[in-house]
Write a protein that binds this ligand. Structure first.
Ligand SMILES: [Zn+2]
Ligand SMILES: [Zn+2]
Length: 416
């Protein structure tokens, strides 16, 4: 083992700056091959350890829990490694191909997953499938394995494999560092199809009116879409109540943080502290419960829950604006928050003249550098550099101004 360590140490101290491009590529290829072979050996040792189970004497209940604790990796990652190590023990051709660098560990991982569909059928087909893994890039291999899977499950009693697939469903959602949340899982075909359809519909709805300044990647769009779908669900009125109220996103914030004082408490229930401007954005259009505290956290008095923007006022804003008011945006009211042009924490009123419908993305922008002010001709938007934002047609046309009373009458008529 010390030879391995000194070999790695040799690599570590090597100066890469003097290598030519070709030599660097060859060097990288060598490292890649070595890493794959090392991975195969790591899993072989893990399988042996899993057979002997020496951790039982310390009270660990499984190889995965021991592994996660011993090497400080997430339980999901540890369980995945153990599952792969066990499976490879029964996959001699895959193991051999991985150990000799003929297939990548990504391909081996896909073969392990394919085997879970039907281990007996896999044992028969393994030489053929490993050969496919040798010849194809990962994307084509995925297609080959998908065909094999459907063929392998065709010979079984109807519904049998469906149940097996369903048993593999899992979803892990956990906060990580800096308030990021990691999502990882496998969905059964029914749920997966539903999720894919919903995400695609949500992304497509946005793409119908593409924004030329929108630089988001497809993956970022999907992440935003998932958030939007979840928010809609939280906003819908027919959800079950839990412990006397409908669950909602909870933000605890010191009112002085909303006024821009730094170092004041402002945190989400699950992911922890958030920035002051993000807190101001959430507070623009929220249900607020006032909590008087003694010191930092001891509650003295709880106020009633009140909406920052009462329902009739919101309907009036919806009637007047019809959707997001950011230039060029036509997202409908259900995608929008009511933004306070002058924030209520700064003394701004919750009146029609101080409220604007903004979709979630544009609401974020006006709290992050873009500015908006109310003028006699309606809202005027400025870029972070101070220039006026114009030149993009308002898809609803110019005639969307309405005085407050007219809007209120419309809203009441609509609500009646
Ligand atoms: Zn706002
Ligand atoms: Zn918008």
């Amino acid at each position: 083992m010390s030879e391995l360590r000194s070999a790695v140490e040799g690599l570590r101290t090597e100066d890469l700056g003097h290598l030519s491009d070709e030599a660097l590529e060859e060097d990288l290829a060598e490292c890649q091959r070595a890493a794959e072979v090392l991975e195969a050996e790591r899993l072989r040792r893990l399988a042996e350890f899993d057979r002997r189970r020496p951790y039982l004497r310390d009270g660990y209940l499984s190889t995965s829990t021991w592994f996660a604790r011993r090497f400080r990796v997430g339980f999901g990652a540890a369980a995945g490694d153990v599952r792969r190590a066990r499976a490879l023990e029964a996959m001699p051709h895959t193991r051999e191909a991985l150990a000799t660098g003929q297939i990548s560990s990504s391909a081996a991982r896909m073969l392990v997953e394919a085997r879970e569909t039907n281990p007996q059928a896999f044992a028969e087909a393994e030489p053929l499938l490993v050969d496919a893994a040798r010849r194809h890039v990962v994307r084509d291999l995925a297609r080959v394995l998908a065909y094999w899977r459907s063929a392998a499950s065709a010979g079984h009693e109807p519904g049998g494999d469906e149940q097996a697939l369903r048993e593999r469903r899992r979803l892990h959602v956990s906060p990580t560092v800096f308030g990021l949340v990691r999502i990882d899982g496998d969905l059964d075909p029914d749920t997966g199809e539903t999720v894919l359809t919903t995400l695609r519909a949500c992304v497509d709805a946005e793409l119908r009116s593409p924004d030329p300044e929108d630089r988001r990647t497809p993956a970022q769009r999907r992440a935003d879409a998932l958030g939007e779908i979840c928010r809609r669900w939280l906003d819908s009125g027919d959800r079950p109540e839990i412990r006397g109220e409908r669950p909602h996103v909870t933000l605890t914030v010191d009112v002085r943080a909303l006024r821009g004082e730094t170092g004041r408490r402002s945190e989400f229930e699950h992911t922890g502290p958030i920035g002051a401007e993000a807190a101001r954005r959430w507070a623009c259009d929220a249900v607020v419960t006032r909590v008087l505290t003694m010191g930092r956290s001891e509650p003295l008095d709880l106020g009633r829950r009140t909406s920052v923007v009462p329902a009739p006022m919101r309907r009036a804003v919806v009637v007047r604006d019809g959707g997001c008011r950011f230039p060029g945006c036509d997202r409908p009211p259900s995608w929008c928050d009511a933004h306070h042009v002058v924030h209520w924490a700064d003394g701004g009123s919750t009146a029609l003249a101080n409220l604007l419908l903004m979709c979630r993305r544009h609401h974020r922008l006006v709290h992050q550098g873009f500015r908006v002010e109310m003028t006699r001709d309606g809202p005027s938007f400025r870029r972070p550099d101070g220039t006026i934002l114009e030149g993009r047609d308002d898809p609803r046309g110019p005639g969307v101004t309405m005085d407050a009373d007219a809007a209120r009458r419309c809203a009441l008529a609509g609500a009646g």
